[in-house]
Design a protein around this ligand. Structure first.
Ligand SMILES: [Zn+2]
Ligand SMILES: [Zn+2]
Length: 575
């Protein structure tokens, strides 16, 4: 059975093939819009199909719904297969190189068996393209240049999602540790900095015999192709195209190389400037680990997540220290958890026990409100029944369960519950789930009104972005932050660790910190394993320099409950 990702990928391919065939542009666009909608939906595809609710999703009409149904039931799509007929398997990528039309691609495929960009490059390098009618020596050379340009742009494109990259890195790390002469394995690069998207996965491997280590790394069974290799480093590709860069070093070089391969160019320039100023030759510092490098520059240790070159070196030079940045381990309570009462996969009891097993002392159950009907949102009657269930479950578990809601911020900015209900809840998360396309004026007004509601609220996944597929909503963010900071009820900013959301972004979190707004590191969990999202929320918060004391759910259950209680009192200041 095809899962959501596989169906989405096929819809995208149909859209791209329609483009390549040069047919109906609107139809092509409809497929890519539909793919995006299906990707963003939380509901199991099987349920959407069986209950005939696909067309409830924005941008999915009947024709598209039939395609999705066909893909789900048969694992195939007749439309897709007819579009693929006679074309090389890598046609989508090939067409992106530019300079070759559909007709030429077909003859290259028929005569030279070219299916992928790699095939094309090889044939061009070997001078075989000129055998095909319509390709001369000159055209061959031009094409080779285009391929190189395409490949280098492609290599720089960040497409690896933080959570997927870290999961992959963890398993590669384990595998590399077993290789001969390997003493240490460290993830470096943008993934280590906690960036939302990375272009590749970078490792620094400490080794007593770098050459032997690189040779062994290049032979790991999971590797697809070795793109380049020398005595110290190699660039590899997994079969799915993911790029892995490995640099091997001797133990005495490790500290310096970890710094050099982790920070952005700007961070490194700032460090070099400091070294020059102080007459320190970094190459000569005996640095077994990174702290030795920062120490040699008379700087406190700068955590990897801050090494973006955004002024952190100057701040540290001025005496700023970073030991109290929040960590995932500081979080004592899982906030923003869904259950089977709305669109979660597990019951309240299962979620509470899973949170308890992870060592938490509280959990907030925040299912959707009625406006989110597509996600099984609760009305007042069901909410009250849910409270009864929470009371029952509470008897059986040690962890404290708080009664919450993830209430929709309606199109006009009202929060989707009557006032008398708001006051009876333990915790309110207020989020936007629809009408993302309001213009900046309307959206800002909508948020201003929501933030001014005189109860404490946590602004959930504030700008509604999806890392790969939906831009942040248009709004004057600083104005909204001001309103929240000044509102009578007060409020906090959610830093949502759902790997597809990672919202609010660090650049805005910094603005919220300037206003002394407190934060909640949330998991937005729709199942027990998603409690692990706290790892990503913490990375995001650390990138913005958030301290443990600014995070409400790093407090005890009692202190958290008191801070977020939706009464009118003003408690929007971080302690
Ligand atoms: Zn939500
Ligand atoms: Zn949610």
């Amino acid at each position: 059975v095809l899962d959501r990702a596989a169906i989405v990928a096929r819809l995208r391919e149909i859209s791209q093939l329609l483009e390549i065939h040069g047919g109906n542009k609107f139809k092509a666009r409809a497929f890519s819009r539909g793919a995006r909608a299906l990707e963003a939906s939380r509901e199991p595809v099987t349920a959407l199909v069986e209950e005939k609710r696909l067309t409830d999703l924005p941008g999915i009409g009947h024709a598209l719904a039939r395609q999705i149904e066909e893909l789900l039931r048969t694992g195939r799509s007749e439309l897709l297969e007819s579009l693929r007929t006679g074309l090389p398997s890598g046609v989508v990528e090939l067409s992106q190189v530019g300079g070759i039309g559909l007709h030429a691609l077909k003859s290259l495929h028929e005569e030279l068996g070219i299916s992928t960009v790699a095939d094309l490059r090889k044939a061009a390098e070997e001078g075989r393209l000129r055998e095909v009618k319509g390709f001369g020596e000159k055209k061959e050379k031009k094409l080779l240049d285009a391929i190189k340009k395409y490949e280098s742009a492609e290599n720089k494109k960040p497409t690896i999602l933080l959570a997927e990259g870290l999961r992959l890195a963890d398993s590669i790390e384990d595998e590399m540790r077993e290789l001969p002469s390997v003493e240490s394995v460290h993830l470096v690069g943008s993934l280590r900095r906690g960036m939302e998207l990375s272009a590749d996965v970078d490792f620094l491997v400490g080794s007593t015999d770098p050459r032997a280590t690189i040779a062994a790394v290049a032979k790991m069974p999971r590797i697809g192709t070795v793109e380049s290799k020398d005595d110290r480093s190699c660039r590899l590709r997994l079969p799915d195209g993911t790029r892995i860069d490995v640099l091997a070093c001797e133990p005495k070089e490790r500290g310096l190389l970890m710094v050099a391969t982790t920070g952005t160019k700007k961070h490194l320039e700032d460090l070099c400037a400091r070294a020059e100023e102080r007459g320190v030759d970094l190459e000569r510092v005996h640095a077994k680990d990174e702290a030795d490098i920062y120490r040699a520059l008379d700087l406190a240790f700068i955590p990897p997540e801050l090494r973006e070159g955004l002024g952190e070196v100057a701040l540290t030079a001025n005496g700023e220290t970073w030991d109290d940045l929040v960590t995932a381990d500081d979080v004592r309570g899982f906030t923003h958890c869904h259950s089977t009462w709305s669109d979660g996969r597990h019951s309240i009891e299962q979620m509470a026990k899973a949170a308890e097993a992870r060592g938490a002392s509280f959990i907030t159950i925040t299912d959707h409100s009625a406006a989110a009907h597509y996600a099984g949102g609760l009305d007042v009657e069901r909410l009250e029944r849910q409270w009864d269930e929470i009371d029952e479950v509470q008897e059986r578990v040690k962890i404290r369960i708080l009664k919450g809601t993830e209430a929709d911020i309606l199109a006009d900015g009202a929060i989707d519950w009557p006032d008398k209900i708001l006051e009876r809840l333990d915790v309110i998360i207020a989020s936007i789930h629809n009408r993302f396309r309001q213009d900046e004026e309307k959206m800002t007004a909508r948020l201003l009104r929501a933030m001014q509601v005189p109860v404490f609220k946590i602004w959930g996944h504030p700008l509604g972005r999806l890392v790969r597929s939906r831009p942040p909503i248009p709004a004057r963010v600083e104005e909204v932050l001001d309103a929240l900071a000044e509102s009578r009820g007060g409020g906090a900013i959610e830093i949502n660790g759902d790997p597809h959301r990672l919202d609010l972004e660090p650049k805005w979190v910094r603005k919220a910190r300037e206003r002394n707004l407190p934060f909640v590191l949330s998991v937005d969990a729709h199942s027990m394993p998603e409690l692990g999202n706290v790892r990503y929320a913490a990375l995001l918060a650390r990138r913005a320099g958030v301290r443990k004391s600014e995070v409400l759910n790093a407090r005890t259950a009692a202190a958290f409950a008191k801070a977020v209680r939706p009464t009118g009192a003003k408690k929007n200041r971080a302690a």
